[in-house]
Write a protein that binds this ligand. Structure first.
Ligand SMILES: Cc1ncc(COP(=O)(O)OP(=O)(O)O)c(N)n1
Ligand SMILES: Cc1nc(C(=O)O)sc1CCOP(=O)(O)O
Ligand SMILES: [Mg+2]
Length: 207
């Protein structure tokens, strides 16, 4: 499966009271990867929501990725995204198997991406590219890094951080395969607008 297009990421606060309807609206517009990102420690709710997303993703033939939690990903037989402090990649690859999608946060460091590639990552994520209300403290990253990464890496490249329909095109022009978006997608006023935005993000990959 080609990892290219919109990578939608949930936010439990932003999506409170409209979680599944907004996610389904995004899937309706086309989502390559959907990440369940919930930073709470409410295990029961996390399992319930992740199971609901897995069922929804099966219906829309979208790949579900769990943020941070390889055990939950293994339980649901889906992929995982790991940051630099979320645990080592190689044992996670052994746990989830060769076909699982495993993503790795590489901030603005090519060396981290090269290491992640050696350890079996399926894609590498760089960011943040723009100001992010979801994660304001994330270190920033420049478009120039994408050119180096494109030359060096054989893996799909994901960009994250403050991405909207107004600023995403240069990222794609600099070789990004996956646009990872929270607020620029789910910050919309209606499900109709979420679907429109998802479609428009996908259009950026067609030109
Ligand atoms: C696609 C994607 N890229 C980067 C991140 C950030 O991961 P991490 O650094 O572990 O931070 P948290 O998201 O866990 O706060 C991500 N989740 N997804
Ligand atoms: C979860 C996350 N990680 C980042 C990184 O740079 O590693 S930026 C970020 C937040 C992405 O949300 P939004 O699209 O609303 O900015
Ligand atoms: Mg993490």
């Amino acid at each position: 499966m080609k990892l290219r297009g919109l990578y939608a990421i949930t936010d439990s606060t932003l999506l409170e009271g409209k979680f599944l309807s907004y996610v389904e609206a995004a899937l309706e517009g086309g989502v390559t990867l959907l990440q369940y990102r919930d930073k709470s420690s409410d295990e029961a709710r996390r399992l319930r929501e992740a199971e609901a997303l897995r069922d929804l993703c099966e219906r829309y033939k979208t790949q579900l990725i769990i943020n941070d939690d390889a055990e939950l990903a293994a339980r649901l037989n889906v992929g995982v995204h790991l940051g630099q402090t979320d645990g080592p990649l190689s044992p996670t690859r052994a746990l989830l198997g060769s076909k699982a999608i495993i993503g790795s946060t590489c901030h603005a460091q090519l060396a981290l991406a090269e290491q992640a590639a050696k350890e079996g990552a399926s894609y590498v994520a760089f960011g943040r590219f723009f100001n992010s209300s979801t994660k304001p403290g994330a270190p920033s990253c420049s478009l120039g890094l994408l050119d180096d990464a494109r030359r060096t890496l054989q893996l799909p490249i994901c960009a994250i951080g403050g991405i909207t329909l107004d600023n995403a095109a240069p990222l794609v022009a600099h070789g990004v395969d996956l646009l990872a978006v929270v607020h620029g997608l789910f910050g919309a006023e209606s499900t109709t607008e979420v679907t429109r935005r998802a479609r428009a993000f996908n259009e950026l990959f067609k030109s």
